[in-house]
Design a protein around this ligand. Structure first.
Ligand code: ZN
Length: 207
């Protein structure tokens, strides 16, 4: 398997677009994180220091078995080999500054450990990627509740869109966007992701 690429989708849930005060212009945002962002459950998270708020973004993550270029939307789910939940950690103040300056987002999105990810499992016939619920709790309190039926761009369409630009390969990962409820993490927090048949996956924020 190739070293996985990590594709991330932004602006995929209306209520999250609204909570950040962005226009819904009908496009999703596509960006990438390097594999060095991945971190398994149970590993302490050492967040960047003195660079403003670090927000959790809980997301459904899918892994691909391949697919190549120009994947038709109605065949795209054939290439989903695994699913899990992950966090698209974001330096929110830094992202806002970069956005205002028209600069790329890597400094805010691609720092070390910026993509905690739970264990992948294979898809079962009972899984419905369009009707998948997941939850993010911090110190036991619910912060985010997601339902993939609310995605503006369903998983199959995301795969189709990405395949217009990249030859999708075995091992590629897609963070599919976050619902509303994003917020800051601070030292000592414990964050947990759980969903239909997934998790719980837990990380501690190092002090
Ligand atoms: Zn995100």
């Amino acid at each position: 398997m190739n070293t996985p690429r990590i594709f991330c989708i932004g602006r995929n849930y209306v209520a999250h677009i609204e909570e950040l005060g962005h226009p819904n212009d009908g496009d999703c945002v596509v960006f990438m994180k390097p594999p060095s962002c991945l971190v398994a459950p149970g590993t302490p998270l050492r967040l960047p220091q003195d660079r403003g708020a670090v927000h959790h973004e809980a997301e459904l993550v899918v892994q691909l078995s391949g697919g190549g270029r120009n994947i038709a939307e109605d065949q795209a789910l054939d290439y989903v080999s695994g699913i899990t939940l992950g966090l698209d950690l974001t330096l929110r103040d830094e992202q806002n500054r970069l956005r205002a300056d028209g600069k790329p987002w890597e400094l805010a999105k691609a720092f070390d450990q910026a993509a905690p990810m739970g264990e992948l499992r294979g898809l079962s016939p009972d899984d419905n990627l369009g009707g998948f619920r997941f939850e993010c709790t911090v110190n036991g309190g619910v912060r985010q509740q997601g339902h993939t039926a609310k995605m503006l761009f369903p998983v199959a369409r995301i795969i189709h869109i990405l395949s217009q630009t990249w030859a999708l390969a075995a091992g590629d990962l897609i963070y599919t966007g976050t619902p509303e409820g994003v917020g800051p993490l601070v030292a000592g927090d414990e964050i947990t992701l759980a969903g239909d048949g997934l998790g719980p996956f837990t990380w501690q924020i190092a002090k």
